[in-house]
Design a protein around this ligand. Structure first.
Ligand SMILES: [Fe+2]
Length: 528
């Protein structure tokens, strides 16, 4: 049993299998041809030869195209879905006079060609040429080849599964890279189209007892709403069963929903989330929730969808459902955090006797400045939390100090300064506030290095803290306190300019001044 060669390429699984089959059947060479469904032609997927026999050249392997008709033995085998044993090429021409493309009789003395049974009919041909012992192939060899073809059918299905897995991985990576639901819908639609090679894909989710089209390859239907129970989509959502309609008329025959106005073959699959975790046992979660459906129609090759397509799409829909729910959960959690933080901030503010509107203005001004200097969404989110919570440490400071009308004594000022570290202490247990806590720690640092608690200088101070310091100081200046009236906007602006490079980041001050001007209501502007 000699080693087989494969034109110098690293062998893949199919080549390995073909090399083994070649030995089993004792042939000199073997070829696996696959159908290119778009072109309706067979091409050489892989070819192996025993040492000493001439392998097919790279050019032949890459350029051979065989039509699915009765002009060549391979085309004929797929067309008739029958194996073919050729021991006399000239004789074969007498049986099939239509044959025009036949192998060189001098080189190919005996050949076996077997259709490979793939899940949706024969789409491949396995062929062996020339017995190593120079004898003709026998009926026994032919039966063995038929058995081997079954193995190749399974291998091809596995290969498709592999491709499916790789596509899934790519989609999952794309989906995981964003928390933007609209981007996720777009990825689902475009990946779905590629996966089963069709023109129309749409995603519908349940909202207020309706199925809403969240995204679609047909832009005109985005946002449309379907009543539950109406049409195929509603039926699939209600039953949780996937639906494959191969011919339009089947939809009326097999199911109880009304005709759909969709042309030809289509697929609708539920997007379901199963809770299989044992941790869900004592929790009142539905064991299976269908959050929406995916619709597919118009195969690129105009043919009906197949059971294999349905299989691929069903798995895909469930993965997509999990991804969507994950992001929704993330967004809801974030909203819940924000309202908790807002409630906490309001409580501190009440103690400090400054107003909650002051805090809201600091948030708004900080975020506007952050936007102007190009901070990322994540940085802005951290700054939002920090702006709300920057004085959380004041909760532990005596009200007599917080609301003291006159100047603080050195001792009182030292106590007051402690609110920063005490705030950090309070926030340190919330992991989602890690970056915000750093901003809170440094919101009293000064650009010159004269601030507290760490005396950081210039760009050592986190950008969020430099922004917050500016917004907070400005708004504190213009806000009325029990013990003093607020400054006018103009004098507050002068103060900011005077302190640029000392207390404040000089590159931020001019941008902030423009924001202040844009925020002054028209009636106030006329007074200035
Ligand atoms: Fe503070």
């Amino acid at each position: 049993m000699g080693e087989t060669v494969t034109n110098g390429h690293k062998r893949d699984d199919l080549q390995e299998a073909l090399a083994t089959a070649l030995n089993d059947i004792n042939a000199e060479s073997g070829t696996l041809m696959l159908l290119d469904e778009k072109k309706g032609e067979l091409f050489i997927k892989t070819s192996v030869s025993k040492p000493g026999s001439q392998p097919l050249s790279e050019t032949i392997i890459s350029q051979t195209r065989v039509k699915l008709d009765n002009t060549s033995p391979s085309g004929l085998v797929v067309k008739l879905n029958k194996p073919l044993l050729i021991n006399d090429i000239e004789g074969l021409k007498k049986v099939f006079p239509s044959l025009t493309t036949i192998a060189n009789p001098k080189r190919y003395k005996s050949s076996l060609l077997v259709p490979v049974d793939t899940p949706n009919g024969p789409k491949a041909v396995l062929s062996f040429s020339n017995r190593s012992d120079n004898k003709h192939f026998s009926e026994h060899d032919l039966n063995l080849a038929v058995m081997l073809a079954k193995y190749f059918g399974a291998a091809l299905k596995l290969e498709r599964k592999n491709l499916e897995l790789r596509t899934f991985n790519n989609v999952i990576q794309k989906i995981n890279a964003t928390n933007d639901l609209h981007n996720i819908f777009k990825t689902i639609v475009s990946s779905g189209k590629d996966m089963v090679e069709c023109k129309n894909v749409s995603i519908m989710l349940i909202e207020n007892n309706n199925l809403i089209v969240k995204d679609s390859s047909r832009k005109s239907i985005i946002g449309q709403s379907r009543k539950l129970g109406a049409g195929a989509s509603g039926w699939v959502w209600k039953t949780g069963e996937p639906l494959l309609i191969k011919r339009a008329e089947d939809s009326r025959k097999e199911r109880s929903f009304k005709p759909l106005g969709k042309p030809g073959s289509f697929i609708v699959v539920p997007m379901s989330i199963s809770y299989e975790s044992p941790f869900a046992v004592n929790v009142s979660l539905k064991s299976n929730a269908t959050i929406g459906v995916l619709n597919f129609s118009n195969k690129n090759n105009m043919k009906p969808f197949t059971d294999e397509d349905l299989d691929v799409i069903s798995n895909f829909a469930n993965l997509a459902a999990v991804a969507i729910e994950k992001v929704k959960f993330f967004l809801e959690t974030k909203r819940a955090y924000l309202s908790t933080v807002e409630a906490l901030a309001a409580a501190i503010d009440a103690k400090d006797k400054s107003s909650y509107t002051h805090l809201k203005r600091v948030v708004r001004l900080s975020l506007e400045l952050a936007d102007k200097v190009g901070l990322s969404e994540k940085e802005k989110e951290d700054l939002h939390f920090a702006a709300l919570l920057h004085d959380v440490g004041k909760i532990g400071i005596e009200e007599s100090i917080l609301n003291k009308p006159g100047k603080l004594t050195a001792e009182e000022y030292a106590r007051m300064k402690k609110h920063v570290e005490e705030g950090v202490q309070i926030l340190s247990n919330a992991q989602f506030l890690e970056a915000a806590t750093l901003i809170v720690r440094h919101h009293h640092e000064q650009f010159s290095g004269a601030g507290y608690p760490d005396g950081l200088k210039g760009n050592e101070i986190p950008i969020g803290a430099r922004i917050l310091s500016l917004a907070d100081s400005y708004d504190a200046m213009i806000t009325n306190r029990i013990y003093r009236a607020g400054k006018s906007i103009e004098s507050a602006k002068e103060e900011l300019k005077r302190c640029a490079g000392k207390q404040f980041d000089p590159s931020l001050v001019p941008i902030f001044l423009k924001i202040i001007d844009a925020n002054i209501p028209a009636e106030k502007k006329s007074q200035i």
